[in-house]
Design a protein around this ligand. Sequence first.
Ligand code: GLV
Length: 299
Amino acid sequence: MKTLLLTHPLPAQVFVDAVHAIDPQLPLLEYQPGLADAALGDVEAVLGWRFPAGVAARLPRLRWVCSVGAGVEKLLVPELLPRVQVSRIVDVEQADGIAQLVVLMALRHARGLAAYEAQQHTRQWVRQPIGALRSRVGVLGMGTMGSAVARMLQAVGFQVTGYSRHSGQSLQAVLGGSDIIVCALPLTPQTEGLLDARAFASMPRGSYLINIARGAHVVEPDLIAAVRTGQLAGAALDVQSREPLPADDPLWDVPGITITPHIAAQSSPQTIAEQFVQGWRCLQRGEVPHNLVDRVRGY
Ligand code: GLV
């Protein structure tokens, strides 16, 4: 069962090495733009991050797509035949890594660290009022990532409310009752652009946004306007709608917005390879791979 590697921008060789360390015989093909249809004709599996335009339509024998990440939205292309199963990596260590970045950013905001960093530049030893120790945090999305985030935030003293399609509270209520909002949602047509001017207007004045999900959840011009007018105190964005974020993007220049380059946490190539090989063996035995996503729901 030949597997096509579509890991770009991550280097494919890292995944070749990790998969072959477990099973040296497993047939892998690294995608190159010039590959002939003949080379793709017998591909039955994909391990990847995104489909380059037109490639899915050139894989007539494709049965399984395994995402190298937790999110699958760049792999759910319309050309994917209905029989193709799509799975993702579920990695508790990655979730904990993401939760650490969220706690770091939430504490940095709640304890006013940016103000002290600014004071240090001018050698001012001035005490500011201590920010609320028990800020209310709304976590949007309570899957593997959101649940880990909620647990770690609670452990350092935040009051956490989780929001998911099963939770009783409306989105408006969670937005309105939170000093900090964390976005941990999957990106689907329903969640794209969810954090827009209306959502920011529902949040209490001076509240804060942390996004560790996907840039496209946020309408970035609306966020910039909300921060510039003081409706939001700021935001920590580990993800942006354009990645890498171009040097001339207006997000870079907004006081209060902290940009990190999608570094909250990644699964290790070894974890990805282990879960991929497990899934691959399941298919060989005629079983269903683990951690399948619902293609209609999008996660
Ligand atoms: C990272 O963003 C992932 O989806 O794993």
